[in-house]
Design a protein around this ligand. Sequence first.
Ligand SMILES: [Ca+2]
Length: 419
Amino acid sequence: MAVCEASQWVEATTPKVPRISGRVVKPDIWRATLPRMPLAVALILAVSLAGPVCAQALVGDQPQRVAERMVPEPPGILVASWVEGLEAPWSLVFLPDGRALVSERPGRIRMIEQGRLRPQPLAFVESAQGGEGGLMGLAVHPRFPQQSFIYAMHTHREAGRTTNRVIRLIVEGGTARFDRAIVSGIPGARNHNGGRIAFGPDGHLYVGTGEIFEADRAQDPADLGGKLLRLTADGGVPADNPIPGSPIYSLGHRNIQGLAWHPSGTLFVSEHGPSGELGLRAWDEINVIRRGGNYGWPKVVGAVGRAEFVDPLVAFRDSSTPPSGVAFWNDALFVATLRSQALIRIGLDQTGSIWRASAVDRWFASNRNEGVFGRLRDAVAGPDGALYLLTNNRDGRGRPQPGDDRILRLAQVPVGRTR
Ligand SMILES: [Ca+2]
């Protein structure tokens, strides 16, 4: 696959190449026409188009029509350090009794009771280390504790190769033990392992996967990489999945990192955009999920307005954000971000099934590369009405601050009250 710098790719744009939304090239005109024409004609056409064969993605526009705002000190928000001394935490989930579980990438599931981190892990899930993999997402059975199961997604070695899988554990008192694998054989590698899992309001388990830097997997309906999966709590395939017998619920994702349901039942996901593939960078996305939808990667990037692809709700075009965990809190979608270190607040307007971003605010940041708390891995709405954030400064990519990694607790202070 040809790779080139984005600037070269822009130079390759000519009036002969179709444009969409004012700034789009469709370089896959090459694939559609070249094989059917004589070599000489192909060469003449190649010269006339006067540019390198670089990107093969159709690049669209930013769908949002609002300008981003920096909000270094969000008004009326009180931040406290809730739990400290974690090692690369990835996912936080709450049990119905108010206790919480947090995963640490090396493989520990830790229990938090009344704001205190239990020294002994609830469980250790042996996980392949390195890069972005390890122990990642956690989920709690919707009927816990009657069904005393928790779920975890982790990278592991199996028969000499690296894969990802989701396992179920039985919680018994202060420990949890392996029960069964719920879904195995999800592609695994150093990078792009997906990893977020969550139960939806339909009682099914949703699993975000990555394409392990092999982009074509995302469009392959026989491959579990670059997909959103939907499974029953026992690991079966729900009868109303879009492809009979397949756990795939939507495809064309590069690397899903966050899942959250709006109170109306609509699922929103975050995913990472290209980091050099196809000569493209940035383009991280927030998407609204449709059953069976094709989210484009690697055929399209950004909003292209084509019926066969679902355009993102928000695309971050100009710099690498990448988004991680997402949560609905106080009528907005909150997005924990890694490199840009902001907590992004996305205000939403809904007309029928169409969602639009009405605001994109970068909290705790005054530029696109630096935030008050460093890299943020997860955002979770707690049962107490607070929003919880996981820092991610101890996996080798961040600069640890005192107490890192931490869980921060954000509370909304009523207007007029002293903070
Ligand atoms: Ca997309």
